[in-house]
Design a protein around this ligand. Structure first.
Ligand code: FES
Ligand code: FES
Length: 164
C-alpha cells in the first residue's frame, strides 16, 4: 500500500506492507536510523518519535496509522543547522550517556518543553518515565532538560559558549 506522511518537514510517499511498524518504516524504508529499536515489548521507549507533536513509541504504531500525519524524528530536531536547545542541553550536562536511548529521550523532552516550558524535576522524570535508561541513571538527563528549559533560544542566542 502507499503510505504518505510528513517527516521532518518533507512530504514523503512510500510503498510498504500494511503490517510494517512505523519504527521499521522510518529506519529501513526512509533510512533514518537515529530512531532506535530496543525491545520487542513496547517498554524501552528508545523508538519514540513525535507524531503531530506528541511522543509515540513507533514500535507500537503501524506505518499505515501514521498516514497523513506529521512525524518528527531526531534527524529533524536541529533546524537550519542549529541544534535544538534540548540537544545542546544533553551536550552541556552530559545527558548523552550510552547514546542508544538518547534520541527518544530528546524528542520526549522537546514535546514536554513545548507544552510546559518550565517543568520541575518531577515533571521531567514523569515525562521520560516511558523510557528506560539501563546504563547509569537519570540525573544528568534531568539536568540536560532543565538546561534546555533555562535556555529556550539555545546557547548561541545568549552568547554562551557551548562545551563541544
Ligand atoms: S523499541 Fe522498545 S518501546 Fe519501542
Ligand atoms: S543513557 Fe541510554 S540507557 Fe542510559
Amino acid at each position: 500500500m502507499q503510505i504518505s506522511m510528513t517527516v521532518n518537514g518533507d512530504e514523503i510517499t512510500r510503498e510498504a506492507e500494511p503490517r510494517v511498524l512505523l519504527v521499521h518504516f522510518i529506519r529501513e524504508i526512509l533510512g533514518l536510523t537515529g530512531t532506535h529499536w530496543g525491545c520487542d515489548t513496547s517498554n524501552c521507549g528508545t523508538c519514540v518519535v513525535l507524531m503531530d507533536g506528541l511522543p509515540v513509541k513507533s514500535c507500537t504504531v503501524l506505518a499505515a496509522m501514521a498516514d497523513g500525519h506529521d512525524i518528527r524524528t531526531v534527524e529533524g530536531l536541529a533546524t537550519g543547522g542549529v541544534l535544538d536547545p534540548v540537544q545542546q542541553g544533553f551536550m552541556e550536562e552530559h545527558g548523552l550517556q550510552c547514546g542508544f536511548c538518547t534520541p527518544g529521550m530528546m524528542l520526549t523532552a522537546r514535546a514536554l518543553l513545548d507544552r510546559n516550558p518550565h517543568p520541575d524535576d518531577d515533571q521531567i522524570r514523569e515525562a521520560i518515565s516511558g523510557q528506560i535508561c539501563r546504563c547509569t541513571g537519570y540525573a544528568t538527563i534531568v539536568r540536560s532538560v532543565q538546561w534546555a528549559a533555562e535556555h529556550p533560544a539555545g546557547a548561541a542566542a545568549t552568547g554562551e559558549e557551548v562545551n563541544a
